[in-house]
Design a protein around this ligand. Structure first.
Ligand code: BTN
Length: 256
């Protein structure tokens, strides 16, 4: 595998008309798939989101796909379980670079949403398989809104590339482009040791360096400024007194 190989050779993309979830579709045929293989669906009947939520996407309008990353065992890199947040950093940076190429500035809403101003354009579900303290593979599920212009009211703040630019997009072409960015950043991440990759991620964080309100799991609200992330992906904030706090996923929610 070299950096200059065409996307189609680096990322073998398989499109299916309909499946429950591309995460499951890829998992069912895992042995058939090599590193950077992608399974994309025109329509998911049971698309899954974070925190046990579903993932809504109108058939044929958007990108809903899963990419397989393999580590160790003859593949070019190994990844300790303690460094698994590096996958999140690489994939969110890859999507961000793709969106910028399309002319849309975006931020990473920790840990792995992509926002344009206060609206979500892309979500990720990253499922890692760990054996003996090492990541052996990761299925990176990505939902990116391309052409959908009307969303269910229950979704708080969705947007799409089309809503932002006024253009119509061809899903297959855009997936090729996006996968090329993901393959590039994945290869770059292999050679970019900590903390370089973390700095690139952190400087793109949504609401970095601004005071905003957040909510703890007990429902209490507090004001804080996002100041960084740890090597293993905890979110770091400071309050007005300068006190530092670190949060794992589900320990903090944004007030948007
Ligand atoms: C989220 O923001 O809640 C994560 C959304 C992840 C959605 C994608 S769509 C492709 C892949 N298949 C799924 O069932 N989920 C992910």
């Amino acid at each position: 595998m070299t950096i200059n190989e065409p996307t189609s050779r680096r990322c073998r993309i398989t499109w299916v008309d309909e499946t429950d979830s591309t995460q499951e579709e890829l998992r069912r045929h895992i042995e058939d798939h090599d590193n950077l293989s992608v399974v994309a669906a025109e329509h998911q009947t049971a698309g899954r989101g974070q925190r046990g939520n579903d993932w809504h996407s109108q058939a044929g309008m958007n990108l809903t796909f899963s990419m397989l990353l393999r580590f160790g065992g003859g593949y070019s890199s190994t990844l300790k379980a303690s460094d698994q947040f590096g996958i999140t950093r690489a994939m969110t940076l890859g999507v961000s670079r793709y969106l910028e190429e399309e002319g849309v500035g975006c931020r990473i809403k920790w840990p792995n949403d992509i926002y344009v101003r206060n609206r979500k354009i892309c979500g990720m579900l990253i499922e890692n398989v760990i054996e003996d303290g090492m990541v052996v593979r990761s299925i990176v599920g990505i939902g990116l809104n391309l052409n959908q212009r009307v969303f269910p009211l229950r979704l708080p703040n969705p947007t799409s590339l089309s809503l932002l630019t006024g253009k119509e997009y061809r899903t297959h072409d855009e997936l090729e482009k996006l996968c090329s960015f993901l393959a590039d950043i994945w290869e770059e991440a292999l050679y970019l040791p900590e903390p370089g990759n973390r700095l690139l991620y952190t400087e793109r964080l949504y609401r970095l360096g601004e005071f905003h309100d957040y909510v703890r799991p007990d429902g209490s609200t507090f004001e804080a400024m996002i100041v960084g992330t740890t090597r293993d992906g905890l979110l770091q904030t400071r309050n007005r007194k300068g006190e530092l706090e670190e949060f794992a996923f589900k320990e903090i929610s944004y007030v948007i």
